[in-house]
Design a protein around this ligand. Sequence first.
Ligand SMILES: Nc1ncnc2c1ncn2[C@@H]1O[C@H](COP(=O)(O)OP(=O)(O)OP(=O)(O)O)[C@@H](O)[C@H]1O
Ligand SMILES: CCCCCCCCCCCCC/C=C/[C@@H](O)[C@H](CO)NC(C)=O
Ligand SMILES: [Ca+2]
Length: 541
Amino acid sequence: MERQLPAGRPPRLVSSLGLGQRCSEVTLDQERGLLAWRHPRRGGENYFVPTSEIIAVEESELNKKQRNTGKWHKLAKPHSFTVYYVKKARNHRWWCRDVTFWCVDENLCNQWTQALKELLEMQKCRPKRLLVYINPYGGKRQGKRIYEQKVAPLFSLASISTDVVITEHANHAKDNLFEVNINKYDGVVCVGGDGMFSEVMHGLIGRMQKDSGIDQNNPKAPLVQCNIRIGIIPAGSTDCVCYSTVGISDPVTSALHIIVGDSQPLDVSSVHHNNTFLKYSVSLLGYGFYGDILKDSEKKRWMGPMRYDYSGFKTFLSHHYYEGTISFQPAKHTLGSPRDKDSCRTGCYICKESEQQLAEQQKKCGLKNEEDEEEWKVIKGKFLAINAVNMSCACPRSPKGLSPAAHLADGSADLILVRKCSRFDFLRHLVRNTNQNDQFDFSFVDVYRVKSFQFTSKLSEDNGSNVADIGKKRFGQFCRDHPACCCNIADSTWNCDGETLDSSAIEVRVHCQLMKLFARGIEENCKDEAAYSHSSIEHLL
Ligand SMILES: Nc1ncnc2c1ncn2[C@@H]1O[C@H](COP(=O)(O)OP(=O)(O)OP(=O)(O)O)[C@@H](O)[C@H]1O
Ligand SMILES: CCCCCCCCCCCCC/C=C/[C@@H](O)[C@H](CO)NC(C)=O
Ligand SMILES: [Ca+2]
């Protein structure tokens, strides 16, 4: 990348600087934005740090041990500076590391710190002021401790100022976002799980639409993009959005992605019922299996993250399936398919292509309502699970996700239909969600890439639109004609990013790149080792 350097600044700074007790040739390529040095010990290992991954530079003092053991201590008082930078480790984990260089020439030391600081100043995408919401009750109830011990010190090192709100009740963050002076901030951070992220997202998108006079109840309304980025510090039970966009659920890694000012656009689905807005979704909209797990697990929040395993096992044993009709519009605009072998990674060309299409579309019609005449496909059947995912939905329990080839920002969702099958077959499908084998390679599983879909359960078709009440009354009753068939005549519940929806009949639309995260997608480096760790279970089945 071409950099506009301040006048008179040389394109490269090369000096022999002290590092520990020895000397190292240190280079700052100011045009390319790269700091490099060779470690005098550690087998002469070379270090290359892009300036975009430097966290901070500080004038520092050598500690007593360093002062007393160096050869130079007899010569003069040394001057030193410390560079804090991102060190990338295995499995997408980032650490903050530091290196201290010294020299006896004060002018040289100042020249280095000034040059590095100026390069940091040029990183315009970095946030300076953040609004932070902490859910103290998410996951294992460690949100406050995680923020104070692991994240706040890094923000302060990077000179980011923060306003911190510890939430006192559900929807506190969402309601607050409708009131605050949002223009004061360069981003909003949520400390918690997927539910907490969802709250903050609803607050920001809702606020944006309100300020622009867009009626969220209109399912066809073209929504206004939300340009203020959200950072997720994972402290929840599943942390699927964080894991799927960063590749790991680790508070320090996420804090560093926020500090360096990463930006990752995300698709968001709007969910409506009878022209009434219900919710937005970014990860999983699940009916049947995942809806039933959620409904059961909500009663067991005291169990913490374990509640999903307990309710998952119980729901699996109950083996309920549900009748209904699903209609969808295939996503013809996007280049990929859910059966692709390649996954969405940092700088994904499929998502870039969708971004360009979106820009052209916006240029052509602005915010006008464009009637969509594309074909609808209709499928009627009995389903154990209907899952619509906007992203892979990778998480520690499912390291490659429910749909490994789904894209973060291509304007489509993957619709996975798991039809009625035996318990054993369903288990084989579920286990493949946790290992590297293809979970779609079964006759009872279909997957489609869609831009919108609608679902109505058999029960709501039979009873008109008053679905929710009837569903509640009859929940738990089974098909009278086939008492042993596990066909539930009641409705299941939709699991929308970990929150239940009040209606089973829904209309869903994917909005391409409606919002942005402080993330860069999963980087293409090492193998996802976790994805392979479960592979042995399947051989037993
Ligand atoms: N102070 C609070 N008291 C009670 N509930 C809260 C509070 N603050 C936020 N919430 C709600 O708690 C819900 C769950 O929180 P969160 O997502 O952080 O944890 P989780 O459910 O354990 O994790 P995950 O969503 O990853 O499974 C959110 O939907 C949020 O609205
Ligand atoms: C035979 C037992 C099966 C147990 C299944 C356990 C659950 C697996 C979790 C994979 C879910 C991935 C999708 C993520 C969804 C999130 O939006 C949501 C909220 O955090 N989490 C869940 C579990 O619904
Ligand atoms: Ca998508």
